[in-house]
Design a protein around this ligand. Structure first.
Ligand code: SF4
Length: 364
């Protein structure tokens, strides 16, 4: 298929849509597992342009959303330690823990600072040698390499007052969990950013074992529509495989250097996911050589029994079983200004995307 250089060109969009409408003769349940895809699909009203028999679902692609509430509770507990600085991405601040959020902790006096990279957190540790600095490390394979580089630097500089509380997660176990949950699905729009690091090999199991079509897609309207067309063709022909639509950024082998450093610093571990519970070997924790920089080992962290808001259906939304509009709190008691659950807090969350662009599907 020809490489598209004008990603929002109207004629190209129309041409792709014509092909999709002509070729989509069956029933297609396509899931994206990337918050940036969720937002692009909603922002451009792509679902409304597609034939009714193509249904786009959102899955577990937002790193903040999939981080379990107990993880937030652990950071909150650590924030209460004497001489502690929590250096976090801003997205985590308003995610509700069992009793409160990091934002509330900050208002109560805890030293919680927003950083834009783990390296900035390490710089804080250098700036305050008499204090402990913890970076809550969230994200998929996309962000894990930068955490790995930071841990390496902290170790080589003997920066012992720095540590990282890892909630880094791997994409394939979540995609597998969606299938295990029995969600009706015949195609995955695979995440472009994750795939720049991992390459395409991590998805092969889905077409080979489950007859689920897989296409790695970019983030512009023509990228996503082209990926949809590629998926429709795989499904129509029952020729299930992994294809790369996002060829301007993703190579089949991924980024070997980033993978090497990630594998050197982190080891696989079981991890807890919002919506899925504990998934075996689905997370990354610092390896034994980095135990001194692993906040989970360095500090004793009491975890309160978590109680989630019974009306929030974030978990089922992340599983692809429900849409945000099915939640009784959506756009009434739960908004980006007053979020009840993680999926409304995060800029990559499904609920926020559906709220922000809630009129676009009908107007575009
Ligand atoms: S709308 Fe709010 S309460 Fe409902 S599922 Fe989404 S985040 Fe949870």
């Amino acid at each position: 298929m020809k490489y598209i250089t004008e990603y929002r060109n109207k004629q190209r969009v129309e041409k792709l849509l014509d092909a999709i409408h002509a070729e989509a003769t069956g029933s297609y349940h396509l899931m994206e597992v990337c918050g940036s895809h969720t937002h692009a699909i909603r922002r451009h009203g792509l679902q409304s342009l597609l034939p009714d028999q193509i249904r786009l679902l959102s899955g577990p692609g937002c790193p903040v959303c999939v981080s379990d509430q107990s993880y937030i509770d652990k950071i909150i507990a650590l924030a209460g330690y004497k001489d502690m600085i929590i250096a976090t991405f801003g997205d985590l601040l308003r995610v509700p823990g069992t009793e409160k959020s990091l934002q509330v902790c900050r208002e109560e006096g805890a030293d919680i600072r927003v950083v834009y990279s783990p390296m900035q957190a390490l710089d804080l540790a250098k700036q305050y040698p008499g204090r402990q600095v913890i970076f809550p490390a969230i994200g998929f394979e996309t962000t894990a390499p930068s955490s790995a580089v930071t841990l390496r630097q902290a170790k080589s500089a003997n920066q012992n007052n720095f540590s990282l509380l890892s909630a880094h997660k791997l994409m394939p176990p979540a995609m597998q969990a969606v299938i295990n949950e029995g969600v009706r699905l015949n195609g995955y729009i695979c995440p472009g950013h994750v795939s720049t690091i991992t390459g395409s090999g991590i998805y092969h199991v889905f077409p080979e074992k489950y007859n689920v079509a897989t296409v790695i897609a970019g983030f512009e309207p023509t990228d996503i529509l082209q990926a949809v067309l590629m998926l429709v063709r795989q499904i129509n022909n029952r020729n299930f495989k992994t294809e790369i639509q996002y060829i301007r950024a993703v190579r089949p082998e991924g980024n070997p250097k980033a993978k090497a450093i990630m594998n050197d610093v982190f080891v696989r571990a079981d991890d807890s996911w919002r919506g899925f519970g504990n998934l075996p070997n689905s997370g990354l924790q610092p390896g034994p050589e980095y135990a001194g920089w692993d906040a989970g080992l360095k500090f004793t962290i009491p975890t309160p029994q978590k109680t989630e808001n019974g009306k929030c259906i974030c978990g089922e939304i992340l599983q692809g079983k429900k849409q945000p509009e099915s939640c009784t709190l959506f756009a009434s008691l739960c908004t980006p200004q007053n979020p009840v659950g993680a999926c409304m807090v995060s800029a990559e969350g499904s609920c926020q995307a559906h709220y922000k662009y809630r009129n676009y599907e009908t107007q575009n």
